[in-house]
Design a protein around this ligand. Structure first.
Ligand code: HEC
Ligand code: HEC
Length: 201
């Protein structure tokens, strides 16, 4: 009994030594995430104006969250609240908070939806899935997962690449040719796939 206990204690001490650094980062990430959860942790929470749902971060790639936060910070993405949030964070803080949100668990099963916009969107999505992955689950860590994201947020994001409020050379090229109807159909399709979820604390 005594022996088992001491083995357990040794195991505990050595595992804390190894994970100590990661744990410190996770704690920092969790602390920073408190503010974020006020918007990103509430299911269906809306941006005041224009009105669209705050994007889901649960299950999103860690590296892409970093790319997005730096985009607000460097003003290649325009959103006053997110500029205020990201602008005050160091690169290390950005990494810690991204790890916190990305580490919330596996992608979630969506409620299987169908409809005419979704099936039109599926056909139009063939060009997108080269980068955003089959059914919108990107395999590249720095490219966003679109699957399961809110429809109205996807519409907002695509419109911003189109009108230059987000300047990303790759997506500007992709969005340029899309009609308003294409944007709606593509958003309906990607939102209906199993994928991202609203984070919890
Ligand atoms: C007051 C509400 C609010 C708070 C607080 C907030 N966000 Fe946001 N966040 C938003 C909205 C709205 C958007 C969509 C902005 C846009 O249209 O580009 C967004 C976008 C993002 C995106 C881009 C997602 C994507 O798919 O590209 C990331 C990443 C993000 N927020 C992370 C954070 C983090 C991390 C914090 C805390 C440090 C935070 N947010 C705090 C409202 C908020
Ligand atoms: C060549 C690769 C590539 C292709 C093809 C592509 N995308 Fe993207 N997409 C990206 C990258 C990279 C980003 C991140 C840009 C940034 O940093 O804002 C992105 C971002 C997005 C976003 C924003 C996601 C978010 O969470 O804010 C949406 C929406 C999107 N793409 C939709 C599409 C659609 C719809 C198509 C097809 C018409 C498409 N993309 C084709 C690479 C691509």
């Amino acid at each position: 009994m005594q022996k088992t206990l001491s083995i357990l204690i040794t195991l505990f001490i050595s595992s804390t030594a190894i994970t100590g650094f990661a744990a410190a980062n996770t704690d920092r990430g969790a602390m920073l995430a408190n503010t974020c959860l006020g918007c990103h942790g509430i299911d269906g929470y809306r941006n005041a104006y224009p009105s669209y749902r705050v994007p889901k971060l649960g299950g999103q790639h860690e590296q892409y969250i970093v790319v997005a936060l730096k985009g607000y910070k460097n003003k290649t993405r325009s959103h006053p609240t997110m500029l205020a949030q990201a602008g005050s964070m160091s690169d290390d803080d950005i990494k810690s908070v991204a790890a916190y949100f990305a580490g919330q668990g596996d992608l979630q099963e969506g409620s299987a939806k169908s409809g005419s916009a979704i099936s039109r969107g599926e056909k139009k999505a063939a060009v997108c899935t080269a980068c955003h992955g089959a059914a919108g689950v990107s395999m590249m860590p720095n490219w966003p997962i679109l699957a399961g994201q809110h429809t109205d947020y996807l519409i907002q994001a695509m419109s911003q690449y189109q009108n230059g409020d987000r300047s990303d050379p790759v997506m500007a090229g992709q969005a340029a040719a899309l009609s308003e109807q294409d944007i709606k159909d593509l958003a309906a399709y990607f939102a209906a796939q199993s994928g991202l979820f609203t984070s919890s604390d």
